[in-house]
Design a protein around this ligand. Structure first.
Ligand SMILES: CC(C)(COP(=O)(O)OP(=O)(O)OC[C@H]1O[C@@H](n2cnc3c(N)ncnc32)[C@H](O)[C@@H]1OP(=O)(O)O)[C@@H](O)C(=O)NCCC(=O)NCCS
Length: 210
């Protein structure tokens, strides 16, 4: 695995995970509720996309668009008055894409207990230029053991290979590509066909554990 090497197709220097990691905090109000009186999942998803987008923009040094949002998990209800913290960081980088991992925590308005994890998600952002075309991103340089674990998990998320997979961006213009990139493409293809076959089925989810 050449996780800390610059992209084979660019000499953009890497950036450490901490350079773009961020937390977005928001107090939930009555405007955020669903019919049950708890906070609407879409409100949380907007915060997740906002925080992840901020991280992707900071990491890539310019605009980035959401390409996919995977494995959004809601673990506990969020209530009016709760202080919600959305913590996001780049877990993995490809050539022009970045996987951003997000954890959602809630501090209950009426308790002094530590914040509870109420959700998590993985998003892929593509860095784009002024014409909306994908542009190269700096490789992320995982720093802590946790960053390194998340990087490795992101690499194998599409289809865990039997052993450590080399980082492979595939040849330019190559259909499918090899290595991790090829696996990611294959995974997306499988997901798309699964959604067509079972439009209402949701993917198996795994919380973005601390
Ligand atoms: C995302 C987007 C820029 C990709 O453009 P494209 O012409 O398909 O370019 P590519 O196929 O080269 O994809 C660019 C990168 O995004 C990744 N990507 C594209 N679609 C993806 C998806 N659905 N899930 C995960 N990654 C994806 C590719 O793997 C590639 O990554 P890499 O360069 O690191 O290997 C384009 O589809 C787009 O603009 N989508 C709309 C984005 C948007 O409006 N988001 C807001 C949501 S409403």
């Amino acid at each position: 695995m050449t996780d800390q090497a610059p992209s084979a197709e660019s000499d953009i220097p890497g950036k450490p995970t901490s350079a773009s990691r961020t937390t977005l905090s928001h107090i939930m109000t009555h405007n955020d509720t669903n019919l049950l009186g708890t906070v609407h999942g879409g409100v949380i998803m907007k915060l997740v996309d906002d925080a992840a987008g901020a991280v992707a923009g900071r990491h890539s040094g310019g605009p980035a668009v959401t390409a996919s949002m995977d494995e959004m998990v809601f673990l506990e209800p969020v209530r009016v008055g709760d202080l919600v913290h959305v913590k996001a960081q780049v877990n993995w980088t490809g050539r022009t894409s970045m996987e951003v991992g997000v954890r959602v925590l809630a501090e209950r308005w009426n308790e002094s207990d530590p914040a509870t994890q109420v959700g998590s998600a993985y998003l892929v952002f593509a860095a784009v230029d002024a014409d909306g075309k994908p542009r190269m991103v700096p490789p992320v340089l995982p720093e802590t053991e946790r960053d390194k674990r998340r990087y490795q998990e992101a690499q194998i998320r599409p289809h865990p290979p039997a052993g450590p997979a080399p980082r492979d961006h595939g040849a330019a213009g190559e259909e499918g590509g090899g290595g991790v990139r090829g696996l990611r493409r294959a995974y997306r293809g499988l997901k798309r066909s699964a959604v067509h076959r079972h439009p209402t089925s949701s993917p198996v989810t795994t919380p973005n554990s601390p």
